[in-house]
Design a protein around this ligand. Structure first.
Ligand SMILES: Cc1cc2nc3c(=O)[nH]c(=O)nc-3n(C[C@H](O)[C@H](O)[C@H](O)COP(=O)(O)OP(=O)(O)OC[C@H]3O[C@@H](n4cnc5c(N)ncnc54)[C@H](O)[C@@H]3O)c2cc1C
Length: 394
Protein backbone atom coordinates (compact mmCIF):
# COMPACT_ATOMS: atom_id res chain seq x y z
CA UNK A 1 0.00 0.00 0.00
CA UNK A 2 1.22 3.52 -0.78
CA UNK A 3 -0.52 5.01 2.27
CA UNK A 4 -2.33 3.98 5.45
CA UNK A 5 -4.99 6.61 4.75
CA UNK A 6 -5.85 8.57 1.59
CA UNK A 7 -8.14 11.56 2.16
CA UNK A 8 -10.11 12.91 -0.80
CA UNK A 9 -10.72 16.67 -0.47
CA UNK A 10 -8.80 19.39 1.36
CA UNK A 11 -11.79 21.38 2.60
CA UNK A 12 -12.04 22.13 6.31
CA UNK A 13 -13.18 18.56 7.12
CA UNK A 14 -10.40 16.78 5.20
CA UNK A 15 -7.70 19.12 6.53
CA UNK A 16 -8.88 18.94 10.15
CA UNK A 17 -9.02 15.14 9.94
CA UNK A 18 -5.48 14.98 8.51
CA UNK A 19 -4.20 17.33 11.22
CA UNK A 20 -5.89 15.24 13.95
CA UNK A 21 -3.81 12.25 12.84
CA UNK A 22 -0.46 13.98 12.49
CA UNK A 23 1.90 12.55 15.05
CA UNK A 24 0.37 9.05 14.86
CA UNK A 25 3.04 7.80 12.47
CA UNK A 26 0.36 6.83 9.94
CA UNK A 27 1.28 7.46 6.32
CA UNK A 28 -1.33 9.87 5.02
CA UNK A 29 -2.03 11.58 1.67
CA UNK A 30 -4.62 14.25 0.83
CA UNK A 31 -5.80 14.43 -2.76
CA UNK A 32 -7.35 17.76 -3.76
CA UNK A 33 -8.44 18.82 -7.22
CA UNK A 34 -7.54 22.47 -6.62
CA UNK A 35 -3.92 23.51 -7.13
CA UNK A 36 -1.82 23.83 -3.97
CA UNK A 37 -1.52 27.60 -4.46
CA UNK A 38 -5.29 27.82 -3.82
CA UNK A 39 -4.93 25.85 -0.58
CA UNK A 40 -2.21 28.24 0.53
CA UNK A 41 -4.33 31.27 -0.33
CA UNK A 42 -7.95 30.21 -0.74
CA UNK A 43 -10.34 32.56 -2.49
CA UNK A 44 -13.03 34.26 -0.40
CA UNK A 45 -16.29 32.40 -1.15
CA UNK A 46 -18.85 34.45 0.78
CA UNK A 47 -19.31 31.84 3.50
CA UNK A 48 -18.93 33.23 7.01
CA UNK A 49 -19.33 30.54 9.66
CA UNK A 50 -20.99 30.71 13.04
CA UNK A 51 -18.66 28.52 15.06
CA UNK A 52 -19.57 26.67 18.26
CA UNK A 53 -17.44 26.57 21.39
CA UNK A 54 -16.64 22.90 20.73
CA UNK A 55 -15.39 23.69 17.22
CA UNK A 56 -13.37 26.57 18.66
CA UNK A 57 -11.78 24.15 21.13
CA UNK A 58 -11.02 21.56 18.44
CA UNK A 59 -9.52 24.24 16.18
CA UNK A 60 -7.36 25.42 19.10
CA UNK A 61 -6.23 21.87 19.89
CA UNK A 62 -5.32 21.38 16.21
CA UNK A 63 -3.15 24.53 16.19
CA UNK A 64 -5.50 26.11 13.64
CA UNK A 65 -7.44 28.84 15.44
CA UNK A 66 -4.51 31.07 16.47
CA UNK A 67 -3.39 31.20 12.82
CA UNK A 68 -6.47 33.27 11.97
CA UNK A 69 -5.92 37.03 12.39
CA UNK A 70 -7.82 38.34 15.42
CA UNK A 71 -9.25 41.10 13.26
CA UNK A 72 -11.00 38.40 11.18
CA UNK A 73 -12.80 36.87 14.17
CA UNK A 74 -15.93 38.29 15.75
CA UNK A 75 -17.96 37.18 18.74
CA UNK A 76 -21.68 36.51 18.61
CA UNK A 77 -22.98 37.60 21.98
CA UNK A 78 -26.70 37.48 21.32
CA UNK A 79 -29.08 36.14 18.70
CA UNK A 80 -32.63 36.97 17.80
CA UNK A 81 -35.11 35.23 15.56
CA UNK A 82 -37.97 37.11 13.91
CA UNK A 83 -40.94 35.82 11.98
CA UNK A 84 -43.00 37.21 9.09
CA UNK A 85 -43.65 40.94 9.36
CA UNK A 86 -43.81 40.94 13.16
CA UNK A 87 -41.32 42.75 15.40
CA UNK A 88 -41.64 40.06 18.05
CA UNK A 89 -38.31 38.25 18.50
CA UNK A 90 -37.10 35.06 20.15
CA UNK A 91 -33.93 36.01 22.04
CA UNK A 92 -30.81 34.09 22.96
CA UNK A 93 -28.23 35.77 25.14
CA UNK A 94 -24.68 34.91 26.19
CA UNK A 95 -25.50 36.02 29.75
CA UNK A 96 -28.30 33.43 29.97
CA UNK A 97 -25.78 30.85 28.76
CA UNK A 98 -23.24 32.05 31.35
CA UNK A 99 -20.59 32.53 28.65
CA UNK A 100 -18.71 35.50 27.24
CA UNK A 101 -20.26 34.75 23.84
CA UNK A 102 -22.66 32.33 22.17
CA UNK A 103 -20.29 31.59 19.32
CA UNK A 104 -17.58 32.93 17.02
CA UNK A 105 -17.65 34.13 13.41
CA UNK A 106 -14.96 33.83 10.81
CA UNK A 107 -14.91 32.91 7.16
CA UNK A 108 -14.45 29.55 5.46
CA UNK A 109 -11.41 30.76 3.54
CA UNK A 110 -9.54 31.87 6.69
CA UNK A 111 -10.17 28.51 8.36
CA UNK A 112 -9.07 26.65 5.23
CA UNK A 113 -5.89 28.72 5.02
CA UNK A 114 -5.09 28.23 8.72
CA UNK A 115 -5.85 24.49 8.53
CA UNK A 116 -3.58 24.08 5.50
CA UNK A 117 -0.76 25.92 7.30
CA UNK A 118 -1.20 23.78 10.40
CA UNK A 119 -1.11 20.51 8.43
CA UNK A 120 1.99 21.70 6.55
CA UNK A 121 3.69 22.72 9.80
CA UNK A 122 2.93 19.35 11.39
CA UNK A 123 4.66 17.76 8.38
CA UNK A 124 4.64 14.21 7.05
CA UNK A 125 1.30 14.52 5.24
CA UNK A 126 1.57 14.28 1.48
CA UNK A 127 -0.46 16.75 -0.60
CA UNK A 128 -1.40 15.53 -4.08
CA UNK A 129 -3.04 18.56 -5.66
CA UNK A 130 -4.33 19.79 -8.98
CA UNK A 131 -5.70 16.34 -9.80
CA UNK A 132 -9.12 14.85 -9.25
CA UNK A 133 -10.11 11.41 -8.00
CA UNK A 134 -12.04 9.90 -10.90
CA UNK A 135 -12.20 6.26 -9.86
CA UNK A 136 -12.33 4.23 -6.66
CA UNK A 137 -12.26 0.52 -5.93
CA UNK A 138 -11.95 -1.17 -2.58
CA UNK A 139 -11.55 -4.74 -1.33
CA UNK A 140 -11.03 -6.29 2.07
CA UNK A 141 -7.40 -5.06 2.25
CA UNK A 142 -7.72 -1.49 1.06
CA UNK A 143 -8.62 0.77 -1.82
CA UNK A 144 -7.26 2.06 -5.09
CA UNK A 145 -7.92 5.59 -6.31
CA UNK A 146 -7.56 6.55 -9.93
CA UNK A 147 -6.63 10.19 -10.50
CA UNK A 148 -7.40 12.42 -13.46
CA UNK A 149 -3.63 12.53 -14.18
CA UNK A 150 -3.91 8.73 -14.78
CA UNK A 151 -1.89 7.85 -11.65
CA UNK A 152 -3.16 5.31 -9.12
CA UNK A 153 -2.87 5.48 -5.36
CA UNK A 154 -3.43 2.63 -2.92
CA UNK A 155 -4.32 2.99 0.77
CA UNK A 156 -5.59 0.82 3.61
CA UNK A 157 -8.43 3.27 4.24
CA UNK A 158 -9.99 5.91 1.96
CA UNK A 159 -11.67 8.87 3.66
CA UNK A 160 -13.95 10.93 1.41
CA UNK A 161 -14.36 14.60 2.33
CA UNK A 162 -15.15 15.56 -1.26
CA UNK A 163 -18.24 17.71 -0.64
CA UNK A 164 -21.98 17.06 -0.53
CA UNK A 165 -21.85 16.40 -4.28
CA UNK A 166 -19.26 13.63 -3.74
CA UNK A 167 -18.70 11.50 -6.81
CA UNK A 168 -16.82 8.80 -4.89
CA UNK A 169 -19.82 8.31 -2.55
CA UNK A 170 -21.90 7.49 -5.62
CA UNK A 171 -19.18 5.27 -7.10
CA UNK A 172 -19.12 3.35 -3.80
CA UNK A 173 -22.93 2.96 -3.99
CA UNK A 174 -23.50 4.49 -0.56
CA UNK A 175 -27.25 5.12 -0.38
CA UNK A 176 -27.84 8.79 0.37
CA UNK A 177 -31.05 10.71 1.02
CA UNK A 178 -31.03 13.95 -0.95
CA UNK A 179 -33.41 16.83 -0.39
CA UNK A 180 -33.59 19.60 -2.98
CA UNK A 181 -34.99 22.61 -1.10
CA UNK A 182 -35.45 24.36 -4.47
CA UNK A 183 -34.05 27.40 -2.76
CA UNK A 184 -30.85 29.36 -3.27
CA UNK A 185 -28.72 31.09 -0.69
CA UNK A 186 -27.18 34.40 -1.80
CA UNK A 187 -24.43 35.75 0.46
CA UNK A 188 -22.33 38.91 0.64
CA UNK A 189 -20.70 41.30 3.09
CA UNK A 190 -22.03 44.76 3.85
CA UNK A 191 -20.78 47.69 5.93
CA UNK A 192 -23.18 49.61 8.12
CA UNK A 193 -23.09 53.06 9.71
CA UNK A 194 -25.16 52.36 12.85
CA UNK A 195 -23.75 51.29 16.22
CA UNK A 196 -21.42 48.25 16.27
CA UNK A 197 -23.42 45.01 16.70
CA UNK A 198 -22.78 41.66 18.35
CA UNK A 199 -26.24 40.20 17.76
CA UNK A 200 -26.96 37.67 15.01
CA UNK A 201 -30.35 38.16 13.40
CA UNK A 202 -32.34 35.44 11.66
CA UNK A 203 -35.48 36.81 10.01
CA UNK A 204 -37.97 34.30 8.63
CA UNK A 205 -39.69 36.91 6.50
CA UNK A 206 -42.47 35.87 4.18
CA UNK A 207 -41.05 35.04 0.74
CA UNK A 208 -37.45 34.90 1.87
CA UNK A 209 -35.20 34.33 4.84
CA UNK A 210 -32.58 36.86 5.84
CA UNK A 211 -29.72 36.42 8.27
CA UNK A 212 -27.50 39.33 9.29
CA UNK A 213 -24.42 38.16 11.16
CA UNK A 214 -22.01 40.49 12.97
CA UNK A 215 -18.41 40.67 11.76
CA UNK A 216 -15.79 43.14 12.96
CA UNK A 217 -15.51 46.89 12.22
CA UNK A 218 -19.16 47.55 11.43
CA UNK A 219 -19.24 44.88 8.78
CA UNK A 220 -21.79 42.08 8.58
CA UNK A 221 -22.46 38.95 6.60
CA UNK A 222 -25.82 39.05 4.83
CA UNK A 223 -27.38 35.69 3.96
CA UNK A 224 -30.52 35.74 1.82
CA UNK A 225 -32.47 32.58 1.02
CA UNK A 226 -35.09 32.61 -1.69
CA UNK A 227 -36.90 30.22 -4.05
CA UNK A 228 -34.38 29.36 -6.77
CA UNK A 229 -36.69 30.56 -9.55
CA UNK A 230 -36.78 33.99 -7.84
CA UNK A 231 -33.03 34.28 -7.10
CA UNK A 232 -32.67 36.74 -9.98
CA UNK A 233 -34.84 39.18 -7.99
CA UNK A 234 -31.77 39.55 -5.75
CA UNK A 235 -28.95 38.89 -8.21
CA UNK A 236 -30.17 41.51 -10.69
CA UNK A 237 -30.24 44.39 -8.16
CA UNK A 238 -27.59 47.09 -8.30
CA UNK A 239 -25.33 47.33 -5.19
CA UNK A 240 -27.25 50.41 -4.04
CA UNK A 241 -30.66 48.79 -4.57
CA UNK A 242 -29.60 45.67 -2.68
CA UNK A 243 -28.19 47.64 0.27
CA UNK A 244 -31.37 49.69 0.45
CA UNK A 245 -33.50 46.54 0.25
CA UNK A 246 -31.67 44.98 3.21
CA UNK A 247 -31.83 48.25 5.18
CA UNK A 248 -35.61 48.28 4.75
CA UNK A 249 -36.04 44.62 5.61
CA UNK A 250 -34.36 45.18 9.00
CA UNK A 251 -36.08 48.52 9.67
CA UNK A 252 -32.81 50.49 9.30
CA UNK A 253 -31.62 48.78 12.48
CA UNK A 254 -27.98 49.06 11.27
CA UNK A 255 -28.30 52.50 9.67
CA UNK A 256 -27.08 53.05 6.14
CA UNK A 257 -25.62 49.94 4.52
CA UNK A 258 -23.12 49.48 1.66
CA UNK A 259 -22.36 46.34 -0.32
CA UNK A 260 -18.67 45.41 0.07
CA UNK A 261 -18.28 42.17 -1.89
CA UNK A 262 -19.75 40.49 -4.92
CA UNK A 263 -22.74 38.17 -4.43
CA UNK A 264 -22.10 34.43 -4.05
CA UNK A 265 -24.94 31.99 -4.58
CA UNK A 266 -25.37 28.41 -3.36
CA UNK A 267 -28.19 26.07 -4.42
CA UNK A 268 -29.53 24.39 -1.29
CA UNK A 269 -29.49 20.60 -1.34
CA UNK A 270 -29.50 18.60 1.89
CA UNK A 271 -27.80 15.21 1.90
CA UNK A 272 -27.62 12.48 4.49
CA UNK A 273 -25.70 9.27 3.78
CA UNK A 274 -27.54 6.26 5.17
CA UNK A 275 -24.20 4.80 6.23
CA UNK A 276 -21.04 6.78 6.92
CA UNK A 277 -18.80 4.01 5.63
CA UNK A 278 -18.32 1.29 3.04
CA UNK A 279 -15.60 -1.32 2.64
CA UNK A 280 -12.32 0.43 3.59
CA UNK A 281 -14.09 3.73 2.94
CA UNK A 282 -15.42 6.42 5.33
CA UNK A 283 -17.47 9.56 4.67
CA UNK A 284 -16.61 12.83 6.35
CA UNK A 285 -17.97 16.39 6.47
CA UNK A 286 -20.59 17.38 3.91
CA UNK A 287 -20.04 14.05 2.14
CA UNK A 288 -21.67 12.36 5.15
CA UNK A 289 -24.11 15.12 6.18
CA UNK A 290 -24.80 18.18 4.00
CA UNK A 291 -26.94 20.55 6.03
CA UNK A 292 -29.22 23.45 5.10
CA UNK A 293 -27.18 26.42 6.39
CA UNK A 294 -30.02 28.03 8.38
CA UNK A 295 -28.96 26.41 11.66
CA UNK A 296 -25.24 26.97 10.90
CA UNK A 297 -24.14 23.44 11.68
CA UNK A 298 -22.48 21.99 8.54
CA UNK A 299 -18.91 23.04 9.23
CA UNK A 300 -19.30 22.39 12.95
CA UNK A 301 -20.56 18.87 12.28
CA UNK A 302 -17.78 18.19 9.79
CA UNK A 303 -15.18 19.17 12.37
CA UNK A 304 -16.86 17.08 15.04
CA UNK A 305 -16.99 14.09 12.68
CA UNK A 306 -13.28 14.49 11.83
CA UNK A 307 -12.52 14.53 15.55
CA UNK A 308 -14.68 11.45 16.20
CA UNK A 309 -13.24 9.39 13.33
CA UNK A 310 -9.66 10.38 14.19
CA UNK A 311 -10.23 9.32 17.82
CA UNK A 312 -11.63 5.93 16.77
CA UNK A 313 -8.59 5.40 14.52
CA UNK A 314 -6.15 6.44 17.24
CA UNK A 315 -7.82 4.10 19.75
CA UNK A 316 -7.63 1.18 17.29
CA UNK A 317 -4.01 1.98 16.50
CA UNK A 318 -3.12 2.08 20.20
CA UNK A 319 -4.58 -1.42 20.62
CA UNK A 320 -2.77 -2.73 17.55
CA UNK A 321 -6.05 -3.20 15.65
CA UNK A 322 -6.77 -2.70 11.97
CA UNK A 323 -7.65 1.02 11.59
CA UNK A 324 -9.77 0.42 8.47
CA UNK A 325 -11.85 -2.42 9.90
CA UNK A 326 -15.64 -2.43 9.89
CA UNK A 327 -15.74 -2.23 13.70
CA UNK A 328 -13.72 1.02 13.74
CA UNK A 329 -15.80 2.58 10.95
CA UNK A 330 -19.05 1.41 12.50
CA UNK A 331 -18.14 2.95 15.86
CA UNK A 332 -17.61 6.29 14.06
CA UNK A 333 -20.89 5.87 12.18
CA UNK A 334 -22.88 5.19 15.37
CA UNK A 335 -21.48 8.17 17.26
CA UNK A 336 -21.70 10.62 14.39
CA UNK A 337 -25.19 9.53 13.38
CA UNK A 338 -26.46 9.84 16.96
CA UNK A 339 -25.40 13.47 17.03
CA UNK A 340 -26.17 14.52 13.45
CA UNK A 341 -29.45 12.74 12.67
CA UNK A 342 -31.70 14.76 15.05
CA UNK A 343 -30.08 18.03 13.93
CA UNK A 344 -30.44 17.18 10.26
CA UNK A 345 -34.10 16.21 10.59
CA UNK A 346 -34.84 19.10 12.98
CA UNK A 347 -33.28 21.63 10.60
CA UNK A 348 -35.27 20.29 7.64
CA UNK A 349 -38.50 20.44 9.68
CA UNK A 350 -37.70 24.03 10.70
CA UNK A 351 -37.09 25.00 7.07
CA UNK A 352 -40.33 23.34 6.01
CA UNK A 353 -42.37 25.20 8.60
CA UNK A 354 -40.70 28.60 8.26
CA UNK A 355 -41.06 28.61 4.47
CA UNK A 356 -44.72 27.60 4.65
CA UNK A 357 -47.00 30.60 4.20
CA UNK A 358 -50.40 28.99 4.69
CA UNK A 359 -52.54 30.66 7.37
CA UNK A 360 -52.23 27.83 9.95
CA UNK A 361 -48.46 27.65 9.37
CA UNK A 362 -48.13 31.41 9.90
CA UNK A 363 -49.94 31.07 13.24
CA UNK A 364 -47.80 28.10 14.25
CA UNK A 365 -44.61 29.95 13.26
CA UNK A 366 -45.50 32.86 15.48
CA UNK A 367 -46.74 30.64 18.31
CA UNK A 368 -43.54 28.60 18.36
CA UNK A 369 -41.41 31.73 18.63
CA UNK A 370 -43.44 32.90 21.62
CA UNK A 371 -43.28 29.48 23.22
CA UNK A 372 -39.53 29.40 22.60
CA UNK A 373 -39.09 32.55 24.69
CA UNK A 374 -41.07 31.05 27.55
CA UNK A 375 -39.77 27.48 27.45
CA UNK A 376 -36.46 27.77 29.27
CA UNK A 377 -35.44 24.08 28.73
CA UNK A 378 -35.86 24.41 24.93
CA UNK A 379 -33.73 27.56 24.93
CA UNK A 380 -31.18 25.84 27.10
CA UNK A 381 -30.84 22.94 24.62
CA UNK A 382 -30.19 25.37 21.75
CA UNK A 383 -27.64 27.53 23.59
CA UNK A 384 -25.99 24.41 24.94
CA UNK A 385 -25.48 23.14 21.39
CA UNK A 386 -23.53 26.32 20.69
CA UNK A 387 -21.56 26.61 23.89
CA UNK A 388 -20.82 23.07 25.12
CA UNK A 389 -17.19 22.03 24.82
CA UNK A 390 -17.44 18.61 26.48
CA UNK A 391 -15.70 15.77 24.71
CA UNK A 392 -18.97 14.00 23.97
CA UNK A 393 -17.83 14.25 20.33
CA UNK A 394 -15.21 11.60 20.92
C1 LIG B 1 -24.08 30.01 2.51
C2 LIG B 1 -23.56 28.99 3.46
C3 LIG B 1 -23.35 29.34 4.79
C4 LIG B 1 -22.90 28.39 5.70
N1 LIG B 1 -22.74 28.76 7.00
C5 LIG B 1 -22.33 27.85 7.90
C6 LIG B 1 -22.17 28.21 9.29
O1 LIG B 1 -22.45 29.35 9.70
N2 LIG B 1 -21.74 27.26 10.17
C7 LIG B 1 -21.47 25.99 9.76
O2 LIG B 1 -21.10 25.16 10.61
N3 LIG B 1 -21.58 25.62 8.45
C8 LIG B 1 -22.01 26.51 7.53
N4 LIG B 1 -22.13 26.14 6.21
C9 LIG B 1 -21.78 24.76 5.81
C10 LIG B 1 -20.29 24.63 5.45
O3 LIG B 1 -19.98 25.51 4.38
C11 LIG B 1 -19.95 23.22 5.03
O4 LIG B 1 -20.53 22.28 5.91
C12 LIG B 1 -18.41 22.98 5.04
O5 LIG B 1 -17.76 24.00 4.31
C13 LIG B 1 -18.11 21.63 4.42
O6 LIG B 1 -16.73 21.40 4.39
P1 LIG B 1 -16.13 20.06 3.74
O7 LIG B 1 -14.67 20.10 3.95
O8 LIG B 1 -16.88 18.87 4.26
O9 LIG B 1 -16.51 20.16 2.20
P2 LIG B 1 -16.06 21.22 1.10
O10 LIG B 1 -15.73 22.54 1.71
O11 LIG B 1 -17.12 21.16 0.05
O12 LIG B 1 -14.68 20.66 0.54
C14 LIG B 1 -14.62 19.58 -0.36
C15 LIG B 1 -13.26 19.60 -1.04
O13 LIG B 1 -13.12 18.42 -1.84
C16 LIG B 1 -12.55 18.77 -3.09
N5 LIG B 1 -12.99 17.73 -4.04
C17 LIG B 1 -14.26 17.45 -4.43
N6 LIG B 1 -14.29 16.39 -5.27
C18 LIG B 1 -13.00 15.97 -5.40
C19 LIG B 1 -12.37 14.92 -6.14
N7 LIG B 1 -13.11 14.05 -6.88
N8 LIG B 1 -11.04 14.80 -6.09
C20 LIG B 1 -10.29 15.65 -5.34
N9 LIG B 1 -10.82 16.68 -4.60
C21 LIG B 1 -12.15 16.82 -4.64
C22 LIG B 1 -13.11 20.15 -3.38
O14 LIG B 1 -12.31 20.84 -4.33
C23 LIG B 1 -13.07 20.78 -1.98
O15 LIG B 1 -11.83 21.40 -1.73
C24 LIG B 1 -22.62 27.07 5.27
C25 LIG B 1 -22.81 26.71 3.94
C26 LIG B 1 -23.28 27.66 3.04
C27 LIG B 1 -23.50 27.26 1.58
Amino acid sequence: MDYDIAIIGAGTSGLAFARSLSGTGLKIAIIEKMPEAKLKNPDYDGREFAITHLSHKILNDLDIWHRIEESEISLIKNAKVLNGDSNYALHFSHTEAGEENLGFMTSNHWIRKAAYESVKKAGKIKFITGTEVVGIETNSNGGTLTLSNKKKITAGLIVAADSRFSKTRDMMNIETSKLDFKRTCVVCKMDYEGAEQDTAMECFHYGRTLAVLPLTNKRCSVVMTIDTDKADDILSLSPEELAQDIEERIDSHLGKMTLKTKLYSYPLIGVYANKFYGQRYALLGDTAVGMHPVTAHGFNMGLRGAHTLANEIKAAQAQGLDIGSISVLNAYHDKHRKFTRPLYLGTNALVKLYTNESKPAKLLRHGLLKLGNRLKPAKHIITNLLTETGDKAA
